[in-house]
Ligand binder design. Structure first.
Ligand code: ATP
Ligand code: MG
Ligand code: MG
Length: 571
């Protein structure tokens, strides 16, 4: 493989390695810890999407490249929105992308909820040390007293309450003596800080809610900004990568860890947070809330609808893990937000599958072609390579006979300028077969062409001496009508026709592409009856297709179009 391209996150890691910053660390059992430990920390409240794939490739990829470790952590500190179903699909998606949280040192699958006891204990310490207090203002007073950007906030009247009183209240919060919102635990930092995140941020709130893993054990839950640095430190994370919107949260991240290091909970060097630009992909939306809306309003056929930018969706669409990794490598990481063109993702799939996918013939919009001078009951074998650049992969065989299916667009009764395919009097090559000359067509009462007629030249077969005597410009694909496989094809296209469907508060539902899914019945060379769920093909002249992993049955595949051969958008 090629050396991965450099980027600023690699630069940071390389500098830390050169300085031995995280060298010589050991875990509590005395085992040496890697000098690079990253994590992928999703909240189990939805399906992963292509934006998460960027984070996965980044975190697991950097750990792999620097002989480090990447932990798989569920950030499940918010009881009300989280479910086991999401845990399962997230693990499945990460594995499918080609990454693994198990290594020689163990199984690094973690749940933030497993740290609740420690987080609670640390919060008691912060109270005792004078770094946190229980605030009893109403939510409205608290919001008002927080002030606005450019204008200092006001101290809560409870801010100087004695530590012992806060500790007592905090314990009673935990014991369930109060209702949601009655009290809240806050860090004591600086109500005049220009950074709003340092104006005594909340660290624990009361939430009488059932948690998918801890059940009813807790009725106080840690806030994300307090929990995340602790999760990182417990897992010995060195580099904590997150998206840019967390930049202003970093001072609090550092504050939490510094205070807890002072308390002897963590040893230096502490984990460090670095922000990178989130992925914005054109013709897609990557907000969990909006994706949920697409599913709930049945605009798409579920989370794994092949038009969805979810990992389960793009997998079902026919994208390969390698193409997603290639895409993430190509887009790199930057420090400023930008849009990545959907064409880049599609291009990565083409580049991955071009070398891998076996070729096959499919006729998507069938029209009958009758070779009038072909013997009535003859079926003659034609051969074609499985892959044009890999002769070692062998050949496929399919018969030619008197009646074939060709594409409707490969015939024009009255040709336009520059049209080289079938029209009366013109010759074309039937790919892997014979040269034929068109003689005319049959029409129904409405004037629609229902069959095309031609004669073949018996000495023109592809691969024989005589074939060289025929120079024709058109070269069309076909399948024999007598044994072609008939199967359903789902022609997928982009879900939105607007490149930025939800930019600037636009209603993304007005930007839907009405032609994002078309279901047709098509004809295939008969060998395609053996296609198994998830098998991928290049259907010659059409593009890349996959046998749908849900609806394909043995002998009865259903095909999804992943992408066309060339990018035709905007052209
Ligand atoms: P949403 O905002 O849609 O709820 P989220 O960012 O809160 O999604 P998490 O489950 O918390 O979702 O995300 C897990 C990890 O994936 C985080 O580290 C987050 O920064 C990263 N991530 C999420 N979306 C993107 C994106 N579009 N590009 C890059 N990384 C992302
Ligand atoms: Mg989140
Ligand atoms: Mg988010």
């Amino acid at each position: 493989a090629n050396a991965p391209a450099s980027n600023f996150l690699r630069g940071i890691i390389e500098a830390d390695l050169a300085a031995n910053k995280y060298a010589n660390r050991t875990d509590p059992n005395g085992h040496t810890l890697p000098s690079v430990v990253t994590r992928f920390p999703p909240e189990p409240n939805g399906y992963l999407h292509i934006g998460h794939a960027k984070s996965i490739c980044l975190n697991f990829g950097l750990a792999r490249d620097f002989d480090g470790r990447c932990t798989m952590r569920f950030d499940d500190t918010n009881p009300t929105k989280e479910e086991q179903e999401y845990v399962d699909t997230i693990l499945d998606s990460v594995k499918w992308l080609g990454f693994n949280w198990k290594d020689d040192s163990g199984d690094h699958l973690y749940f933030a909820s497993d740290y609740f006891d420690q987080m609670y204990f640390m919060a008691e310490y912060l109270i005792t040390a004078g770094h946190a207090y229980v605030d009893s203002q109403s939510a409205e007073d608290m919001a008002r007293n927080r002030g606005n950007f450019g204008e200092p906030g006001k101290n809560s009247p409870y801010r100087d309450r004695p530590a012992q009183e806060s500790l007592d209240l905090f314990r009673r919060m935990k014991a369930g003596e109060f209702k949601d919102g009655e009290h809240i635990l806050r860090a004591r930092i600086d109500m005049a800080s220009p950074n709003m995140n340092l104006r005594d941020p909340a660290i624990y709130r009361i939430r009488h809610a059932h948690h998918h893993r801890t059940g009813d054990k807790w009725c106080v839950y840690p806030m994300y900004d307090y929990a995340h640095p602790i999760e990182d430190a417990i897992e010995n994370i060195t580099h904590s990568f997150c998206t840019l919107e967390f930049q202003d949260h970093r001072p609090f991240y550092d504050w939490v860890l510094e205070r807890l290091a002072e308390g002897g909970f963590f040893k230096k060097p502490l984990p460090e947070q670095t922000e990178f630009a989130r992925l914005n992909l054109t013709y897609a939306i990557t907000s969990k809330r909006k994706l949920l809306q697409l599913v709930e309003e049945k605009i798409v056929d579920g989370w794994d609808d092949p038009r969805m930018p979810t990992i389960v969706g793009i997998r079902r669409r026919g994208f390969t893990p390698e193409s997603i990794q290639l895409f993430c490598e190509r887009i790199g990481v930057t420090k400023s937000d930008s849009w990545i063109d959907m064409g880049t993702l599609e291009g990565a799939l083409r580049d991955d599958l071009d070398a891998k996918a076996p070729r096959a013939v499919a006729v998507l919009r069938p029209l009958k072609l009758i070779i009038d001078n072909f013997p009535e009951n003859l079926q003659e074998d034609c051969t074609a390579p499985v892959h044009p650049h890999h002769p070692e992969r062998g050949h496929r065989t399919f018969p030619i006979s008197k009646e074939l299916w060709i594409e409707q667009e490969d015939f024009m009764e009255v040709p336009t300028k520059g049209y080289f395919r079938l029209f009366p009097g013109n010759k074309v090559r039937l790919r892997y077969g014979y040269v034929v000359e068109c003689t005319g067509c049959d029409k129904d009462d409405n004037g629609n062409v229902i069959a095309v007629h031609c004669n073949y030249f018996a000495d023109s077969k592809s691969g024989t001496e005589g074939s060289n005597n025929y120079k024709v410009k058109g070269n069309i694909h076909w399948v024999s009508a007598h044994n072609a496989l008939q199967a359903e094809v789902r022609l997928y296209d982009r879900l939105f026709s607007d490149a930025m469907p939800d930019a600037g508060g636009k209603d993304f539902k007005t930007a839907l592409n009405p032609n994002s899914k078309e279901v047709i019945t098509a004809y295939f060379e008969h060998g395609m009856g053996k296609a198994l769920a998830d098998d991928k093909f290049q259907f010659e002249r059409h593009g890349y297709f996959v046998a749908d992993r849900v609806d394909s049955k043995p002998g009865k595949p259903v095909f999804n179009r992943v992408v066309t051969l060339k990018d035709s958008w905007g052209k």
